[in-house]
Design a binder for this molecule. Structure first.
Ligand code: SAM
Ligand code: GLN
Length: 288
């Protein structure tokens, strides 16, 4: 874009960037160009559509070019702009945390549905990352309280920031450590987790953007099921009688995780719920 002599406008630069991103293999080139430009201009995307002829000044162009370069190198948009929308809330994200995925909203909805009628539910989120799951739950359930655990302290710094933004920090305790280990004697009405679940052999083939996310947020061991094995065997010590465990699972893992639960002999498989793409994504296990 630097060679061009005439004045760049919103419309012409979006067209140029869309083509450039396309050549670089970006999955949603035009959308990403719009998100980055609206971020630089401090406006929403609709503004762009009604201001196609608006010229860009030198400073705007310089800032925009920096973001375009990062995106062309396949840095995820959310890391470039520093936030991601989830459950109608804006979550700060840095490369220390996984970017919340739309499919994870199916897990949050399944938990909300089961806790709406419950007085002062107490919820545990294992592998909380940005806090997308537990913070959305607490924001939607004003009487609830929760604990978020993550093995990554840099991730928990981001969780803490999001808890303050969404005004739930007085109801959320954050603990650093391995799965259930940081807990002592507490029990919960619901245990939720979107653990790392990518099988080791599949990691290399993931999109370049996913390789920018923390390896420890993705890698689930040889078959991807390591965290489910541990959580299913240890959860009975942390869930209240009649409570439940809700997991996000990877593609084609739901039946295997359900089998682990059945073999464990404690939980009943209450529901297997599909995501927006028709993939079995959420498993709900009921405690006796
Ligand atoms: N809950 C967030 C979400 O759904 O967007 C992040 C989920 S990410 C797939 C998994 C998270 O588990 C990461 O934040 C990672 O740091 C954390 N994690 C990995 N190993 C862990 C362990 N042994 N104990 C606790 N958390 C762990
Ligand atoms: N849903 C993420 C992906 O497919 C993986 C997250 C996880 O391991 N829980 O990239």
């Amino acid at each position: 874009m630097s060679e061009k002599k005439e004045q760049w406008t919103v419309g012409s630069i979006l067209k140029w960037t869309g083509q450039y991103f396309c050549e670089k293999g970006v999955e949603s080139p035009r959308l990403d160009a719009e998100v980055l430009l609206s971020h630089i201009l401090g406006k929403d995307r609709l503004y762009l559509y009604v201001h196609f002829d608006r010229p860009l000044d030198e400073q705007e162009l310089t800032e925009y070019r920096k973001l375009v370069k990062l995106r062309a190198q396949r840095t995820p948009v959310a890391y470039i702009i520093g936030y991601k929308e989830f459950m109608g809330l804006s979550f700060a994200v840095t490369p220390d945390v996984l970017i919340p995925r739309p499919d994870t909203e199916v897990l949050v909805e399944a938990v909300l549905e089961r806790l709406r009628e419950k007085d002062e539910p107490n919820i545990l989120d294992i592998g909380t990352g940005s806090g997308a799951i537990i913070i959305s739950l607490l924001a939607h359930l004003p009487q609830a309280s929760g604990v978020g655990i993550d093995v990554s302290s840099p991730a928990l710094a981001v969780t803490g920031q999001n808890a303050v933004t969404h005004q739930v920090s007085d109801r959320l305790q954050l603990l650093a450590g391995d799965v259930f280990r940081p807990l002592s004697g507490q029990r919960f009405d619901a245990i939720v987790s979107n653990p790392p679940y990518i099988p080791d052999k599949d990691i290399a083939g993931l999109a370049p953007e996913v390789h920018r996310e923390p390896y420890g947020a993705l890698a689930g061991g040889q078959d991807g099921l390591n965290f489910y094995r541990r959580m299913i065997s240890e959860a009975p010590g942390y869930v209240n009688s009649g409570g439940f465990v809700a997991f996000e699972v990877g593609i084609e893992q739901a039946e295997a995780v359900a089998a682990l639960a059945r073999d464990g002999g404690v939980f009943t498989v209450e529901a297997i719920i599909k995501d927006y793409g028709g993939i079995e994504r959420v498993l709900v296990l009921r405690a006796p």
